[in-house]
Design a protein around this ligand. Structure first.
Ligand code: PEP
Ligand code: MN
Length: 339
């Protein structure tokens, strides 16, 4: 249920509505927008509550949201959300386009710092790198764990780039959040509800990657878990879904970008690396996603993809990444009419 309060409604009126909701055993979250103040009522609402709230001072309108996701919906937050990343507050969303790039996995300080410098030079704003890797086989390289986080943190000191890294287990959230600027929830964990709860209790932005067989609604409900715990800094990432096609690693669902944009106010990033699994498809799909209106891209880059311990086949060389960035820039200029 959504309660729309009069523009610049008195603080006391907002407080009374919040108290009323709490006394009914429900919880609420506030969105103080420029145009209007909206209170989202969370929990099992009942029909009479709508009338009770409509009669309260300062209340303009009360309506029920039919969709199962509430805080992630445009009913709760009409305009696009901007998420700010790291100490330098790199913005993403509402016209701010941001590229995350770096190796699939942190392998060494040398590899990570060299990649960070190269992707920064080409225009990436956030460094990616996995320290806890979700691998299909338990015998594959699974990451350097805390040592990997330390390497990412020295790459941040050397380049000034904020870092994004995956957290796989609720028990590691505190540790990863001590180092990371953005917590990444991977496709395999999109429905790990204890993990979503836990990252929702941190003050770090969270990237929620789409599960490989998740519908848009499942995906937005995963974001809702994070937001319901009070953390509204969520970034959604389309990373391809499982289909019958075997040429590509996954099938990139380009439609997800305009579809989810119509459903949600959260920034949407495209991951052409995991979507395709093949390096030569990354640039064209990055361009397509940019043209479709993505708020950013997350791309895997490695100094020597043939030697990568993880996802080498989809990783770009420094030169290929730089050429991708030029193409993406050209698309951005084309779609914004040259502005
Ligand atoms: C990754 O970003 O390296 C990764 C494992 O992605 P996904 O969860 O989308 O497979
Ligand atoms: Mn990867």
């Amino acid at each position: 249920m959504i309660v729309v309060m009069a523009h610049h409604s008195a603080h006391a009126n907002v407080e009374s509505v919040v108290t009323h909701i709490r006394e009914r055993g429900l919880s609420s979250q506030l969105n103080e927008g420029v145009e209007r103040t909206v209170i989202g009522v969370l929990g099992e609402v009942y029909d009479e509550l709508q009338d009770e709230l409509t009669l309260m001072p300062g209340v303009v309108e009360v309506f029920r949201i039919s969709k199962p996701y509430k805080l992630a919906s445009r009913d709760f937050h009409e305009s696009d959300t901007v998420v700010y990343i790291g100490e330098s507050r790199v913005p993403i969303g509402a016209g701010h386009f941001t590229v995350f790039a770096g190796p699939c996995a942190v392998e060494s300080e040398e590899q990570t710092v060299a990649t960070a410098k190269a992707v920064k030079k080409a225009g990436a704003k956030v460094l990616r790198g996995g320290a806890f890797k979700p691998r299909t086989s338990p015998y594959s390289f699974r990451g350097l764990f805390e040592d990997g986080l330390k390497i990412l943190s020295s790459a941040r000191s050397e380049t000034g780039m904020p870092i994004i890294t995956e957290v796989m287990s609720p028990k590691d959230v505190d540790l990863v959040a001590r180092y990371a600027d953005v917590l990444q929830v991977g496709a395999r964990n999109m429905q790990n509800y204890s993990l979503l709860d836990e990252v929702g209790m941190t003050d770090k932005p969270v990237m929620v990657k789409r599960g490989m067989s998740a519908s848009y609604e499942d995906w937005l409900l995963a974001a809702e878990y994070v937001m319901a715990k009070g953390n509204h800094q969520v970034i959604l990432t389309e990373r391809g879904i499982r289909t019958f096609e075997t040429f590509t690693r996954n099938t990139f669902d380009l439609s997800a970008i305009p579809a989810v944009r119509s459903m949600s106010h959260l920034p949407i990033v495209a991951d052409p690396s995991h979507s395709t699994g093949r390096y030569f498809m990354v640039r064209p799909m990055a361009m397509a996603a940019t043209a479709a209106g993505a708020d950013g891209l997350i791309i895997e880059v490695h100094p020597n993809p043939d030697m990568a311990k993880c996802d080498g086949a989809q990783s770009l060389t420094f030169d290929n990444f730089s050429s991708l960035m030029n193409s993406v820039k050209a698309i951005r200029e084309a779609i914004s009419g040259g502005n």
